[in-house]
Design a protein around this ligand. Structure first.
Ligand code: ADP
Ligand code: MG
Length: 158
């Protein structure tokens, strides 16, 4: 699986470098025992909060492109993977179709999702279920947001 933390670092950097995405906050990294298929290393999870002008569909395509570039092979579901990037929430939107469900349908039962999410959304009202098995691992630097194409156009002085 290579260096697990390195995949997260690379994904975060790629996300920050994507046009029209600005990563505003990143949670701590948490280590979690795998659910289901257990013959694999523990997972590392983090959550980010982004500012974006992209639609949820285009955002999903960008996330899937990053997964692909980082060498994700789609093999066994819930099995070993280099990286998995999901959309948890998108403003207050709710939707459920073949390609995209928001909020992420399984997030509410998953402490390994809600615990990092709480780091970047301190006002979060979700109750975090039993957090056994989710261990603080480390903190991650937030790469600075260099592209500012998402920012409102700067007006010339009067
Ligand atoms: P999982 O994340 O469930 O382990 P995958 O990453 O392989 O599995 O995703 C399977 C499909 O889930 C994707 O092709 C995508 O279309 C769909 N999907 C539905 N809702 C979401 C979401 N909120 N975030 C990411 N993918 C989603
Ligand atoms: Mg996924």
């Amino acid at each position: 699986m290579g260096d697990r933390l390195d995949f997260l670092r690379k994904a975060l950097k790629r996300l920050q470098e994507t046009d029209d995405i600005c990563v505003e906050a990143v949670s701590s990294v948490y280590e979690t025992e795998p659910v289901g298929y257990r013959e694999q290393p523990d997972f590392l999870n983090l959550a980010v909060r982004i500012d974006t002008l992209l639609s949820p569909e285009i955002l999903l395509s960008e996330l899937q492109r990053i997964e692909k570039d980082l060498g994700r092979k789609r093999t066994r579901r819930f099995g070993p993977r280099t990286i998995d990037i999901d959309i948890l929430l998108f403003e207050n939107q709710e939707r459920s179709d073949d390609r995209l469900s928001i909020p992420h349908p399984r997030m509410k039962q998953r402490a390994f999702v809600l615990i990092p999410l709480r780091d970047v959304m301190p006002d979060m009202s979700e109750v975090v279920p039993d957090d056994a098995g989710v261990r603080y691992y480390c903190d991650m630097d937030l790469p600075s947001c260099e592209n500012d194409s998402h920012s409102p156009a700067k007006l010339p002085p009067d």
